[in-house]
Design a protein around this ligand. Structure first.
Ligand SMILES: [Zn+2]
Length: 270
């Protein structure tokens, strides 16, 4: 059921950073470290050479460029401005799978637990870029409001919406729309309640893609009906007050549940 259009899956899991660090093993036993204004990058992707356009130094610079441009976008789109330097670890894909695959109920490309960890590649592909931007949103919320636990649909929906927005994909594609509309017609869309836990790890490999897509669709629904600036205002208000329901009522004049019902109606009408 995971068609090629279903987005790669990312999640936030509760994992002790100390435990995870203890398991860190580089592809060659060591991590290269490089810093920029707002990030400290560690990477152990098995890249043959250090210099040249396909070398590890160029790779690290490109990862940091994507992250720094994402950092600028955080303020523009979500009004989030993390003040501390964020740590990012890019793993050799085989090492990432061997170390972390067992922790997730479905294939994960990255996760955030105190630091950003992503499954690397030998080049900064679109998929890697999207993973970095997605996890950046989780890290930014944690830096901005450490004790705040957002409902999963909002946490993942904002991360998916941001990475789509930041890579020039403004709306759901017709294929994504049709997929959700088909699910709606079968009465098989995930309920808002099932999307409102701490994360989406309760979904299995067959349904997680839909849960992430619906979450992004719901954030996109708010952006389409209230304007993208209201997404930023919402995030600012939630970061300031910690009260999701009240922030929605104040900024959009509707509760999350009312937006959810309106989005379902929209999908059913197609
Ligand atoms: Zn996520």
């Amino acid at each position: 059921m995971r068609g090629s259009w279903i987005p790669a899956l990312f999640l936030t899991v509760v994992l002790s950073p100390v435990d995870a660090l203890a398991r860190d093993r580089g592809a060659d036993g060591r991590f290269e470290t490089r810093s920029s204004s707002h990030f400290e990058l560690h990477q152990d992707v098995d890249i043959d050479r250090s210099t040249g356009v396909h070398g590890s130094i160029a790779f690290e610079r490109e990862v940091l460029r994507v992250l720094e441009s994402g950092w600028d976008g955080l303020d523009d789109w979500l009004g989030l401005r993390p003040t501390r330097r964020l740590t990012v670890v890019v793993y050799d894909p085989a090492v990432f799978d061997a170390t972390f695959a067992g922790l997730f109920p479905f294939p994960a490309a990255g996760f955030y637990a105190g630091i950003i960890r992503v499954r690397g590649d030998v080049a900064v592909t679109t998929a890697l870029q999207r993973t970095l931007l997605h996890e950046l949103v989780h890290a930014a919320w944690d830096a901005e409001a450490p004790s705040l636990v957002l409902p999963a649909w909002l946490n993942e929906g904002l991360a998916e919406w941001f990475e789509a927005r930041a890579t020039g994909r403004t709306r759901l594609t017709p294929v994504e729309w049709d997929g959700l509309a088909r699910l709606a017609s079968q009465g098989a869309l995930p309920s808002l309640a099932s999307l409102s836990g701490h994360n989406l790890a309760g979904f299995g490999p067959r349904t997680a893609g839909w849960a992430y897509l619906y979450s992004r669709g719901l954030v996109d629904h708010v952006a389409r009906h209230h304007g993208e600036r209201d997404i930023r205002r919402l995030c600012r208000e939630i970061a300031r007050t910690g009260d999701v329901e009240r922030a929605f009522r104040k900024i959009t004049r509707a509760t999350p549940s009312e937006h959810d019902q309106a989005f379902r109606k929209e999908l059913a009408g197609r």
